[in-house]
Design a protein around this ligand. Structure first.
Ligand SMILES: NC(=O)c1ccc[n+]([C@@H]2O[C@H](COP(=O)([O-])OP(=O)(O)OC[C@H]3O[C@@H](n4cnc5c(N)ncnc54)[C@H](O)[C@@H]3O)[C@@H](O)[C@H]2O)c1
Length: 256
């Protein structure tokens, strides 16, 4: 089926590459017009050109930038139907080595960025009496974790809490708020910040036998953005190939 987002206007923050790029691409395939916001101007412009989206330089951690991308979208398209805040950073650092500055920087992009985007998108959606807000969480934090993910886990668990509060506060305005919890998705960010052995260990831990793709995650965003999710708010979908299911490492029926 195509055209599930025909005529819809979407912002996707953190979409120059990786999962965000996949979300923007999937939305456009289904008929949406998309405004991409990202700190990476070269990559963001190239992605926007490839997809037929618009691009605005925007840092998710800055209130002015969240307001600017909403204003720019309203200027260009006259309305805003779907907000995606996907920008996230995941430096790998043990808690004992994490500086207060690094802690703050992860909070600023992942968690504060989610709040700022929601707050900026609220006025036009409230005026329209409709809107979809969809945030990128993670299985890491809300469900599972591994060493080196202290700050990151805290932000993603925090996003899930924020989703519930925002869903409740915005329900009366006709706005739904949901999130997607990706498992391990092979993106540039993943390759840059995680070792080959970590990536291999994650691959081995997925019952469906492979790491995820940005499109796997984008399909869950599409569901929340589409009419099919009209009555769904305040929740998250885990998209992880079954990774959080096993009780232990030796979970295969036939390990050989
Ligand atoms: N890759 C995974 O396995 C995985 C798993 C669970 C959750 N996630 C989450 O998915 C999201 C995307 O991850 P990815 O793997 O595609 O990462 P990525 O590093 O490949 O891409 C992230 C994009 O966000 C942009 N970005 C970073 N900081 C920004 C900021 N301050 N403002 C605006 N844009 C910014 C980057 O320039 C890039 O375009 C993140 O929120 C991440 O935490 C990823």
């Amino acid at each position: 089926m195509t055209g599930r987002l025909e005529g819809k206007i979407a912002i996707v923050i953190g979409a120059a590459r990786g999962i965000g790029e996949g979300i923007a691409e999937r939305f456009i395939e289904e008929g949406a017009s998309v405004m991409i916001g990202d700190t990476e101007v070269g990559a963001g412009t190239a992605t926007a050109e490839r997809l037929g989206a618009r691009f605005l330089e925007a840092d998710a951690s800055r209130k002015e930038d969240a307001e600017a991308i909403v204003a720019e979208t309203l200027d260009a398209f006259g309305r805003l139907d779907i907000l995606v805040q996907n920008a996230g950073i995941y430096p790998w650092t043990l808690i004992e080595n994490t500086s207060a500055e690094e802690w703050d920087s992860v909070m600023a992009v992942n968690l504060k960025g989610t709040f700022l985007a929601a707050q900026a998108a609220l006025p036009p959606m409230k005026a329209q009496k409709s809107g979809r807000m969809i945030f990128t969480s993670s299985i890491t934090g809300p469900r599972v974790t591994s060493p080196g993910h202290g700050h990151y886990s805290a932000t993603k668990a925090g996003i899930n809490g924020f989703i519930k509060s925002a869903a409740l506060e915005f329900a009366g305005y006709g706005i739904t708020v949901n999130g997607v919890e990706p498992g391990n998705i092979l993106t540039e960010g993943m390759k840059a910040h995680r070792s080959a052995s970590f990536i291999k260990s994650m691959e081995d831990a997925v019952p469906l036998g492979r790491l995820g793709t940005p499109r796997d995650i984008a399909n869950a965003f599409l569901y929340f953005a589409s009419d099919d999710a009209e009555y769904v708010t305040g929740t998250t979908i885990v998209v992880d190939g079954g990774q959080i299911l096993p009780e232990g490492a030796d979970f295969r029926l036939n390990p050989d």
